[in-house]
Design a protein around this ligand. Structure first.
Ligand SMILES: [Zn+2]
Ligand SMILES: [Zn+2]
Length: 352
């Protein structure tokens, strides 16, 4: 295998260079993957727009990308769980496997997580907008032949939605609102429907996103700024929604959730709300016994995500709005950043 590969390297805000990089090392327990298709995430866009993502400031140029389909190109000595040639998708969050959280089945709470394509570590950890990337063998999840590369690269964002819906408990028959119609909000709405929630409403200030939500299976689109919103919600739900997923990351949306959730209901926080703390209506939370819970990335939900998509319980294809070659990674970023047109833009890397 050659000692270099081609990658899209982030050199600071709005600067991506397609250039040769050293082949990622194959350490014990690891596999080297040949990347086929990789999706652009909101966090990739933050790095591209600003050169950093919230508190994560890269200490050197690095490779973004953590949502992808790949072929196993090479496995380290002793790795038996994955075979060369297998097509896989990857859980990009490598937890330690040994701590109390990992052992309790909550690896997303592990304090030692190493995230692909992220500057949460110093130096940053290179990701998948490259011909090759190395991951630990247990991060790989085999894909069925029926699932194409585009859908395989959707498993990571879908896993975020699946985790959030699981955090809410049994939502069968529950009245659900998703606040925010970006890719994650749309995925949560679709997942809630798959799990039997009824009705599923989605709110967004952008009309086109409400329309998209309804096209993808939400029962109703709500304008959070409408004067008669409270009335609409009363008509739809009586006392309010049983479960609200806050997927917008907007402060007013979070505040509004406390008014739109019914007594005893649950608010699941998925969106990231800036870097500053937000005041909370603690008395409402107390006297209505509202459950306010967080959902962080995903636990071990990848194989379930793959089964749900492979059996067509949920169809994610409509969310893929563009596919560009690695050579045009910068342009792909710009397209993904145009939120009026794009949902999920992906980068095609290996073609065969
Ligand atoms: Zn992502
Ligand atoms: Zn751990």
């Amino acid at each position: 295998m050659s000692s270099t590969m081609t990658a899209a390297v982030l050199h600071g805000a709005k600067t991506i260079k397609i250039e040769p990089q050293p082949m990622p090392a194959l350490k014990p327990g690891m596999v080297r993957l040949r990347v086929r298709r990789a999706g652009i995430c909101g966090s990739d866009l933050h790095y591209f727009e600003h050169g950093y993502c919230a508190a994560f400031v890269p200490t050197r140029p690095f490779i973004l990308g953590h949502e992808f389909t790949a072929d196993v190109a090479e496995v380290a000595d002793g790795v038996e769980s994955v075979r060369t040639g297998t097509r896989v998708t990857v859980n990009p969050a490598r937890s330690c496997g040994f701590c109390e959280y990992c052992k309790a089945g909550r690896p997303n709470l592990c304090r030692k997580i190493i995230m692909l394509g992220s500057a949460s570590t110093k130096p940053p950890t290179d990701g998948a907008f490259a011909e090759f990337v190395s991951v630990r063998a247990d991060q790989c999840h085999a894909l069925p032949a029926s699932m194409d590369d585009g859908l395989g690269a959707m498993m990571e964002p879908f896993a975020v939605a699946l985790q959030a819906v699981k955090r809410a408990g049994n939502i069968s028959g529950k009245r659900v609102l998703v606040a925010g119609g970006g890719p994650i909000g749309l995925l949560v709405a679709m997942t809630a429907r798959t799990f039997g929630a009824a009705p599923v409403a989605l709110s967004d200030i952008v009309a086109a996103r409400r329309d998209m939500a309804q096209k993808l299976g939400a029962d109703i689109g709500l304008d959070p700024s409408a004067k008669n919103l409270a009335e609409q919600v009363r008509e739809l739900t009586g006392d309010g929604f049983d479960v609200i997923f806050e997927a917008s990351g907007a402060r007013p949306a979070l505040r509004q959730a406390f008014d739109l959730v019914r007594p005893g209901g649950t608010i699941v926080q998925i969106g990231t709300i800036g870097t500053e703390d937000v005041p909370l209506p603690a008395n409402l939370l107390m006297n209505r016994e509202i459950n306010f819970i967080g959902s962080m990335r995903y636990g071990d939900v990848f194989d379930e995500a793959i089964r749900l998509v492979a059996t067509k319980r949920i169809d994610l294809r409509t969310l893929i709005t563009g596919v560009l070659p690695l050579a045009d990674a910068g342009e792909a970023m710009r397209q993904a950043g145009d939120k009026s047109l794009a949902l999920k833009v992906q980068i095609q890397i290996a073609k065969d």
